[in-house]
Design a protein around this ligand. Sequence first.
Ligand code: PEP
Ligand code: CO
Length: 447
Amino acid sequence: MTNLQTLFTPGLIAAQQPEWPGGPTGEPIAKAVTALKKLPPLVFAGECDNLKAKVAEAQAGRAFWLQGGDCAETFASATADSIRNRIKTILQMAAVLQYASSMPVIKVGRMAGQFAKPRSSGTETRGDVTLPAYRGDAVNDIEFTPESRNPDPQRLVQVYNTSASTLNLVRAFTQGGFADLRQVHEWNKGFTNDPRFGQRYEQMAGEIGRALNFMSSAGVDPESFKKVDFYASHEALILEYEKALTRIDSRTGLAYDVSGHFVWIGERTRQLDGAHMDFAAKVQNPIGVKLGPKTTGADALAIIAKLNPTNEPGRLTFITRMGAGLIREKLPEIVETVAKSGAHILWVCDPMHGNTYEAPSGYKTRRFDDVMDEVRGFFEVHKKLGTHPGGIHIELTGDDVTECVGGGEQISEADLASRYETACDPRLNHTQSLELAFLVAEMLRDR
Ligand code: PEP
Ligand code: CO
């Protein structure tokens, strides 16, 4: 039986941690951790194992991974409408990808826990005022005042509560009939009939409709049409939170991070000898690691040795985020080296984080065409190397925001101001997300 008291290596450096009032071991954070430790798990270890088995299928080329949601969830946006719209968008995308690939699509939200952000600078300056940077609702408030920007550990308890209510609604929506495949197809028809896209996506929607009609005429009405498995994921960033929610599974005696099914370690916190990697190495969840353009094949092998020394299938996912301009140059050496080693890895493309730029108006944005180009490069590299382009990782929302430019709606840099709502990075809106799904579906079909 694993001992939680001695599980994590003490004294390691944890990058990107807030400066809690009272210090890293002071009374305020200790109080929040004590409260969190008493709360029940948000997910069950058995569900994490189920997801791991599905990741193993995707590693073997028999499933496709779709992960999407906010860059940063906020407490204020955990409303019924916002959660429903995000789930709806992901389910619509999944239906198209599943049809085109003839493979199960693993549906994973950047949801119910994605409340903390790494920052390139610990402070933000406006005019002659410098304050702590916004690190996500888990840590402080986005408003630019000293009170708001002060880290408050009690927010971690609110992360737990908001994640619990989000997950409750996610489970209700995905198990209670809302997710019925036929309903999802009706929504997709609403999108493909939109005159702004001409006939670009109508053919595939028509094919899906005929396939569904064929099955219904044959009397096929499976349970699997009505319910879907939907998993929760977030970046494991604030280690006090993740450790407080790490529990021993009564079935196996092993430790699981029960704050979400899948957690990943970000590009800025994946130091091999750092506290985040030690954390990830010690929990049994399926784990992701972000890989940016400076990564080498040797780095990837070192991460594998650290996080999956037994080469357990389903355990490790690499989420590459190279940027459209670099993916064709940087990805091949990494994939080739890992493939040669025989390691079981799921390759997922994050076409968002390497493609951010600042518009002249000052808004942080991304071009839809750059996003698509990175995904295209990802497919090209895997095709050339004979490896499986296993999935995509997208920052999106179900609402009609104007945060990324381009797409069929032709959002321009001048349009950004009209509905720019993100608390962190720019997200694809509902329509751009569906467009991306149809375009990726074509790539999957042409594989
Ligand atoms: C993110 O996924 O929001 C993120 C910060 O990514 P990365 O660690 O790849 O920069
Ligand atoms: Co982001």
